[in-house]
Every structure is written in C-alpha cells, then in structure tokens.
Design a binder for this molecule. Structure first.
Ligand code: FE
Ligand code: FE
Ligand code: ZN
Length: 275
C-alpha cells in the first residue's frame, strides 16, 4: 500500500484535515501541533478527533504525522529555550493521546556552539524526562540537512540520541529526502547505498515516516530549501525509486513541498502514477 499525503493546515480541526486529505487523493497527512512559532495550542475536541479516527479507519489511512513547531530547540545554550521546548513537547504528547498511534516528528535541535556531543546529551536528557511508558505516540527524530549547528545531519548523531534514551521503543526516525540529500547522502545515484547505511547505523526498523521533498540545492549543500517534486536536484526518477522501494513499503510519505492544495493533489497523483 502506498500511503501518500502532505502537510495540511490544522486551523479547521482534525475531521476537516481528514476530509481535505481525501479530496486530494491522500491517505495520510501531516499537521503542526500548534502554530509553527510554537506558542498557543488549541484545545482538542474529543468528538472531532473521534470523527477523524473513524474517517481514517474507513478509508485505510496509515498513521498520521504531527509535527512539533520547528522553533523548538531541545539543545539550545539558553536554558529558557530548552525549558520551553520541553514544556511544549510534553504538552503536545499529552494532547496527542486523543489520537493513539500518531507519529510525533521533531527537529532534534541546534547546539548553538556547545558542540555536537553536548547537543546530543541535552536532547536525550530531555526525551528521558518527557517520554512515558504508557504513551501511544511514537516520537520521531527527523534527519536534518546539517545547516549551522544542527544536530541530526548524520545518521550517527540520531543513533547517539537513540542510544541514550531509556524508553527508546517510543522513538523512531523520519527521513526527509531534501534534508538527507543536502546533508550529503546521495539518494539520487545510490538510494540503496544510503538505505544500507541507514540500516547499518540506525536500523531500518526505526524508520517510521518519510518526508518527500525535492531540493533547490546540490548534494551536500547543507541548505534545507524544499522544491516541488521533480523540479529540483533530486528529480522525478529519484522519487519513483523511493515510492517503489521494497524497504520503504507501507511507510507514510508526506509532501512538504512549496504548494497549495491543488499543487499537492497534482504531486500525489504524479507519485501514485510512478508506483
Ligand atoms: Fe520538519
Ligand atoms: Fe521535513
Ligand atoms: Zn526542511
């Protein structure tokens, strides 16, 4: 089964996101848990989340992906910034219990000069304080482009975080195609090799979601600028290989390309045609 979707606005609630997904040929989607700058979260309405769960069940959706605000930084050198990230993530995870089985994706963070090792330690320590044995959400570390002091541009860094977290059964990884490419992993010419490396370092069983984005920049540029599918340095053939790859079957694929809904609908149709 090919699960395809895109990033959707959550402003009209959960059922509406499910309906919007159906209207563009999607059978999964991603949404921000709160406005991307991170502040206020809307109360979740149990009737609304129940209606979405029914829609997802009736239409064969995969798990959906909640994305943490990208401004959170669990490994900032500023204690208040770390504290804000911790409170926000803990609150998001509490609220997501209304949608059991959801994936919660976050950017590991930027160490802001403290060094990679210290960044990794701060992120893992924070996860150790937040994760609970009872939770029904799997928290995903996103692969990053390695821009500035970002943690997560190398698979080894994600592995180091996983190794330090006690409840790592509640952790997984989300592979972003633009990010890994910008980080220097050549998925255009050697997708198999990159997946082998992912498996060797992290383990493919940890891979729980994929972000499908083309890139405006060449391999190893460490930039993180998303492009429409087929219009960047990855190219359509790379996406054909990805959606057909036997080791990626059954994962939710979410587009985060620069598009409005009609553009997303067209990309979803294009990708379904490649399968
Ligand atoms: Fe992201
Ligand atoms: Fe992403
Ligand atoms: Zn990105």
């Amino acid at each position: 089964m090919l699960y395809l979707g895109c990033h959707l606005s959550s402003s009209k609630g959960f059922l509406q996101m499910g309906k919007t997904a159906l209207s563009i040929g999607a059978n999964t989607f991603q949404f921000f848990t709160r406005n991307p700058r991170g502040s206020r979260a809307k109360q979740m309405d149990p009737a609304d989340t129940l209606a979405l769960r029914e829609l997802m069940r009736d239409n064969g959706f995969s798990a959906i992906v909640a994305h943490a605000p990208y401004t959170l930084n669990a490994c900032s050198s500023t204690p208040e910034t770390r504290e804000f990230a911790e409170q926000t993530m803990a609150d998001d995870l509490r609220r997501l219990e209304e949608l059991p089985g959801t994936l919660y994706n976050f950017h590991p963070g930027s160490h802001t000069g403290q060094g990679m090792e210290e960044g990794i330690r701060l992120i893992a320590d924070q996860l150790n304080r937040i994760l609970t044995p009872e939770q029904h959400t799997t928290v995903l570390l996103e692969t990053m482009a390695g821009k500035g002091t970002e943690v997560g541009g190398r698979f080894e860094q994600l592995r180091a975080i996983l190794d330090r977290v006690e409840l790592r059964d509640h952790l997984g990884v989300c592979l972003d195609t633009c990010h890994v490419h910008d980080a220097g992993y050549d998925i255009v010419n050697d997708l198999d090799g990159v997946l082998r490396e992912f498996d060797r370092v992290i383990g493919l069983s940890r891979l729980r979601a994929v972000h499908l984005n083309d890139s405006k920049n060449p391999l190893g540029s460490h930039k993180d600028r998303h492009e429409k599918i087929g219009e960047g340095f990855l190219g359509l053939d790379t996406f054909a290989q990805i959606v057909r790859h036997p080791q990626l079957q059954g994962l939710p694929f979410c587009l985060e390309t620069p598009n409005e809904l009609p553009g997303y609908a067209a990309e979803i149709a294009l990708l379904r045609g490649l399968e």
